[in-house]
Design a protein around this ligand. Structure first.
Ligand code: NAD
Length: 476
């Protein structure tokens, strides 16, 4: 049975309650897990607060070295961790390996910033005084993670937090705790002191983290409704919040685009991780002259994505993570079809005995989806892509921005002026021009509008795990 990680303890829930984690491809039980609650979060927060007193005072170059060693050790365990991620989440082994590697690389990337925190020297009017602006870690930080990318989204929070000298209480999604536990355990084996990162498990621990008075900052990745609840609750103690929420990323393809490149990027953008991605190509707007050729290429690519158990070598797309998630995508598709949309590829569940016990779905492409359909107005968190023909860039930009979300966006065109205009006008935290939708460590990532605020990745994320303090030295 899995246990929580709280300081030196590998512990069950205080209540003694447990729940089962099941494999989305087979329905089999992968492990039994403690169903923690407020008492466990309290213990973890106390442990993190205790660890903060030493971790935050460690010379920054020592923190950097410890994190590098720990991340290297974790990276040596990728082959052990990846199958566990596939069993609990459903994604293919290739996707799990990539994700597990990203966890270790992310810790290494932020480790390099640990000793590069700078302040300011400020001259003051009275020359016998001067001012400084110093940056300090915040304290205990709460990290709340969803199930679609359990490892990368945990690393996005844990890595900058601990590199800056903070300590963490981490809550994985209740359905995907197992690979995360292995990653944190590997960091500890690799030299990260106990108590710096504590892991609590179970649905009820999320609210308890947000409410706990010792936890000073909350970083959440999740849906927009969850973000609103977390922000409201965090306001009671005026906690800092970073909210990485839902998205419905538009992609515009103009007539002059490299259609081969666009088709590849759109296919990865929509179907990687069985479409369960926040940054993704969720609405596609294609100019008339490129429409037929691009559709042909997209259909050809979708046809190669054989659904299957993520552990099987020939699977190109795992199942959806839960029955509820699949039902939601199917309902969104049905809504579009009922309103007159045409399914160009997929649209159902794959048939065969190997698919009977899992939450499999076909990669799906639909066109003629009318205005107001759920596929345009809601986030589609699965492998189904609505496509619409547009006359020109004006129409593409108008439709692209006609959404409550503002996470990512992309444009494919050979025209620099058109690309530049899209960069200026697309209402999103990220715009890719002729490039595959992948978040880079070096660039700050975060949404606008109802996709949230605050940044992960980049120096910006690191600085958000510090607080500025002004200092006046007098009598000098
Ligand atoms: P979710 O909002 O249901 O849950 C996310 C996490 O929050 C889970 O750990 C959950 O237990 C916890 N949680 C739920 N209610 C809570 C509360 N009231 N207080 C504290 N914690 C609470 O999201 P999900 O279904 O796990 O993930 C899918 C969603 O995440 C999608 O909307 C997707 O777009 C979004 N997402 C966003 C990003 C991004 O970076 N912007 C990345 C990945 C996923």
């Amino acid at each position: 049975m899995a246990t929580m990680i709280i300081e030196g303890d590998r512990t069950k829930a205080a209540s003694g309650k447990t729940y089962e984690v099941r494999n989305p491809a087979t329905g089999e039980v992968v492990d039994e897990v403690p169903a923690g609650g407020p008492a466990d979060v309290d213990k973890a927060a106390q442990a993190a607060a205790k660890a903060f007193t030493t971790w935050s005072k460690l010379p920054a170059n020592q923190r950097r070295e410890i994190l590098h060693k720990a991340s290297q050790h974790m990276l040596s365990k990728v082959e052990e961790i990846a199958p566990v991620l596939t069993k609990e989440q459903g994604k293919t082994l290739l996707e799990s390996r990539l994700e597990a590697r990203r966890f270790g690389e992310n810790v290494g990337w932020f480790a390099d910033l640990a000793d590069k925190i700078h302040g300011q020297y400020v001259r003051l009017p009275d020359l016998t005084t001067y001012g400084l602006v110093v940056r300090r870690p915040i304290g205990v930080c709460g990290a709340i993670v969803p199930w679609n990318f359990p490892l990368t989204l945990a690393a996005n929070k844990v890595a900058p937090a601990i590199a800056a000298g903070n300590t963490v209480v981490l809550k994985p999604a209740s359905t995907t705790p197992l690979a995360t536990l292995l990653c944190i355990e590997a960091l500890i084996e690799g030299g990260l002191p106990e108590g710096v990162v504590n892991v609590v498990l179970g649905q009820a621990t999320g609210e308890a983290i947000v409410a706990h008075p010792l936890i000073r900052k909350i970083a959440l990745t999740g849906s927009t409704p969850t973000g609103k609840r977390v922000m409201a609750k965090a306001s009671e103690n005026l906690k800092k919040v970073t909210l990485e929420l839902g998205g419905s990323d538009p992609c515009i393809v103009l007539d002059d685009a490299d259609l081969e490149g666009a088709a590849r990027a759109i296919s990865v953008g929509r179907f990687f991780n069985c479409g369960q991605q926040c940054l993704s190509t969720k609405r596609l707007y294609v100019q008339e002259g490129a429409y037929d050729a691009l559709m042909e290429k997209l259909v050809a690519r979708a046809a190669k994505l054989k659904p299957g158990n993520g552990l099987d070598k020939d699977s190109r797309m795992g199942p959806m993570h839960t029955e509820t998630q699949r039902a939601e995508v199917e309902a969104q598709l049905k809504d579009a079809v009922d309103r007159g949309a045409k399914v160009v590829f997929g649209g159902g569940r794959p048939e065969g005995s190997e698919y009977e016990r899992g939450w499999f779905i076909e990669p799906t492409i639909v066109e003629n989806v009318p205005d107001g359909a759920r596929m345009w107005t809601e986030e589609v968190f699965g492998p189904a892509l609505p496509v619409r023909k547009i006359k020109d860039l004006d129409e593409g930009l108008r439709l692209a921005n006609d959404t409550q979300f503002g996470l990512g966006s992309s444009i494919w065109t050979a025209n620099m002026a058109a690309a530049h205009r899209a960069v200026q006008e697309l209402e999103a935290g990220y715009t890719w021009v002729n490039s595959i939708v992948i978040a880079h460590d070096e660039l700050p990532f975060g949404g606008t509008k109802q996709s949230g605020f605050g940044k992960e990745h980049g120096v910006e994320a690191f600085l958000q795990y510090t607080e500025e303090k002004s200092v006046v030295y007098g009598g000098v």
